[in-house]
Write a protein that binds this ligand. Structure first.
Ligand code: MN
Length: 131
């Protein structure tokens, strides 16, 4: 049996963090969390996750700065980083994509669709596979 995909979730809002974590764990992901940009960068290097979900507004360095550090590090530069953007912040979208994020997902997340939305960014994912 193959190992579960590992997701690094960087989110400072406790409710958003818990919801996203619960939904992903229920869907079979192994979830590692960080609540600041700095911690997220550090975790990306120690965990080497398959995919990273990055809130943009974080205490300390923000999601954009964290992305740059992840992109600038040889061991993590290839890992897809998906921005978690607040629904209202529509102008963030263009900036997110030009900054080098692999995509963005809007908060509040859709409990029903979230696991598949994350799975789509896994390297060599299988649409039919689990999770
Ligand atoms: Mn935040």
């Amino acid at each position: 049996m193959s190992r579960p995909p590992v997701v690094l979730l960087v989110e400072d809002n406790p409710r958003n963090l818990k919801l996203a974590r619960d939904v992903l764990e229920y869907a079979g992901f192994l979830v590692v969390v960080a609540t600041t940009g700095e911690e997220g960068v550090e975790q990306s290097r120690t965990t080497l996750p398959d995919v990273i979900l990055m809130d943009l507004q974080l205490p300390g360095i923000d999601g954009y700065a964290a992305l740059e550090l992840i992109r600038g590090h040889g061991q993590t530069e290839h890992i897809p980083v998906i921005a978690l953007t607040a629904f209202a912040m529509r102008r963030d979208r263009e900036r997110v994509l030009t900054a080098g994020f692999a995509g963005y997902l809007e908060k509040p997340i859709s409990v029903r669709e979230f696991p598949a939305q994350v799975r789509r960014h896994l390297p060599r994912h299988d649409e039919r596979g689990q999770p």
